[in-house]
Ligand binder design. Sequence first.
Ligand SMILES: [Zn+2]
Length: 691
Amino acid sequence: MKNLLIGLFSLTLMVSCKQNQENVTDTNIALNTRTSKDLHLDASKGAINTAHSPHVKLKSLNIGDCQWTDGFWADKFKVAEEVMVPYMGKVLKGDTGHALNNFKIAAGLKEGKHQGMNWHDGDFYKWMEAATYVYAINKDEKILEELDRHIETIGKSQQKNGYLQTQTQLKNIEPFSERKYHEMYNSGHLYIAACIYYRVTGKTNFLDIAIKHADNLYSIFQPQPKELSRFGFNQVQIMGLVELYRTTKDKKYLELAEIFINMRGKSKVEPHSTVRYQHVGDMTQERTPLRESDEAVGHAVLALYYYAGAADVYAETGEKALIDALDKIWGNIVDKKMFVTGACGQKHDGGSSNRDFVHEAFTIDYEMHNAHAYNETCANLCNAMFNYRMLGVKGESKHADIMELVLYNSALSGISLKGDTYFYTNPLRRTAGHKMGITDYPDRTPYIPCFCCPPNLVRTIVKSSAWAYSLAENGLAVNLYGGNKLDTKLVDGSNIKLRQETNYPWEGDIKITIDECKAEAFDMILRIPDWAASYKLKVNGNPVNTNSKPGTFAVINRAWKKGDVISLNLPMDVKLLEGNPLIEEVRNQAAIKRGPVVYCLESPDLPIGASILDAYLPVDSKLTPTYKSDILGGVTTISGNVKLRKQSKEGMYRELKSLKWENYNAQFVPYFAWSNRGEAEMSVWLPLILN
Ligand SMILES: [Zn+2]
C-alpha cells in the first residue's frame, strides 16, 4: 500500500512536471527545433575557439595547423592513432563498454538495458572528440564515415524536445530529478564534441543535436526554477555552453553558462531531493560563491571542470571578480595542493577547511599523501585544461608550465606505453604494505567500469599539438616544445609557417626555422620554463638578450624572414627537489626531476626481494642521465647510488639500532613510464641521507 501511495504520488509529480515542461515547450517550440541553419555559425577552428573572445590575450590555435613530426609527442600521437583511439573505440562500441549500445537502445535500434556509469554518454562523446582530432591530422575518411553513423544513432536517441541522456531515458528516470545522474557532465561533453566535429569537418549533423539539446537545457534553467537552484554538478556544461556560444554566436548559451556559475553558493547546504547527502557543500563547490572563493575545494574533477568553465566565461565577459577568484584558486592549487607531478586530488576521502566531507578531492593545504593520493587522471587533465584557459586570458607562461608538467607526468601516467591499459588514480608511491583505495589498481587495467579517464586522456594526447602554440596580438607564442611543423595565420591574417626540431624533453636544444611569414615585424614569444635555471637564446647564431627570466615568456620582436633560425637551449640538469616543510609527508625526502620530467624508483630496478621502502637517497649521490632506446620505449633514465636498509621492519614502532646499509647503483625512470614492466612498487619521493 505504501508503495502504491508512493507510486501514485510519483505519478502525480511526473504529470505535473510534464505539464510544466509542456507549458515551457509551448512557448519555446521554435527555440527547441532550431538547427544550425537558423544561426550564423563561426568558421574559426580553434581547439577552444577564442578567435573573437574579447578578454583573451593568447588565442587558441586552429586544430590541425600544428602537427607533431618527430620525437616524443609524434611518437605518442602515433600510438594514439594506431592503438589508443581504435582500441578504446572497440571497447566502448562493444558489449563490455556498452556505450554505443546505450544509444542504440535509446534509439530503438537494439533491445537491452542501460549499462555503465551515469556519465557513460559523456565518455563516448569524449572518444568521438578524440577520433575527430585524429581525423584532423590524418584525414582518414573512414573515421568520418564511422563517426557519422554514430551521430545518426545519437540523433535517433534524442527526444523531440532535445533532451538526450541514455542513463535516465533507459531507466525511466525523470529528467533533472537528481544531479547524481550527471546530466550536466554529459551535456557538456556533447556540446564540446559537436563543436569540434563542426570545426574540423564543417558538418553540422552533430552540432544540430547539440543545439537542440542546449535549447532544451536553456528552457529548463532560464528562468531558474527554485527546485533546480543547486542542480549544477560535474559542470562540464559550462565549458560546453561557452564553446557552443562561440560556434553559434547565440548569447543564450553564454547566459546559461553564467547561470550555472551564479547558482553556486546561493542555497542552503543541506540534503535535498535533487542532491544526494554526501554530495553537498565544498564537495561540490556549492558552499562558497565562486567570486568569493580563494581556495580549491571538493571533488578535484568537479572543481577543475568548474574553474575551467569559469575561465571560459571570463574570456567572454571580462568580469574582474571572476578572474580575481580564479587567480586566487590557481595560487592555492599550485602553492598548496598540487603534487610535484602536477596531479590534483589529495585524498580518496577527507575533509575540507570548512569541515565538509569531501571525496576524491582537494582537502586542506599541504596535505600531500604519497601512497594514498587520489590524483584521478581526469583531475590532472582538468588541471591542464584549466591552465590552458588561464594561459589564454592571462597571457602568462606559468600556466603553460603547469600544462607541460601535467602532460609529461600525471597525464601520461594514466596510460600504458602500448596505449591499451589505464590507471584511474595516480599516487606517488605504491608499496605492498599500503592498502589500496577504491579505483586504485595494482597495475594498469584494460577496462575500468568508471571509464571517464581513458577517453579524456586520449583526446588530450591527440589535441596536444593544438596547445603547442598560441596567437598573440602581433605574434606567435610557443607554449610546448617538440618536433612539429606549423602552418597557420597570425591574428592579422598573415601566413606563418615554421618547423620546430628538438629531442625535447630528453635534450634541451630547440631549433625553430621560419619557412614563411609577413614582412612586417612581429613577436616570436618563447616560453622559458620555470624549471630552467638559465637559458641561451639565439637568432641566426647571434645571442639575443631579452632580459626575460625563467618562468616567463621571452619576446623577440623583429622583421622575420624565411630561413631565420631561433635556437633555444634549456639546461637539462638533474635536480633534487624538496617539498615545503609544511608538507609533513615529504619532510627529509627528495624527488628527482630533469627538465619537465619527474622520475621515480621502481622495484624492477632494485635487487630481487628489496622493497621500495628500503631505498634511501644520499644527498650527494651522483645522478647521471643516459638516454636508453631499449628501455620503456626509449627514455632518458637516471642512474645513481642509493642505500638499501637491511633491517627487518616489523611492528608499528621499534627501537632504532645500528643501521646496516648496502650500496646499490639504482636506475630511476620517468614517473609516467612506471608500471610498464609488470606489477611493481614505486616511489617518487625517497628519504634522504644527509651528510
Ligand atoms: Zn576520470
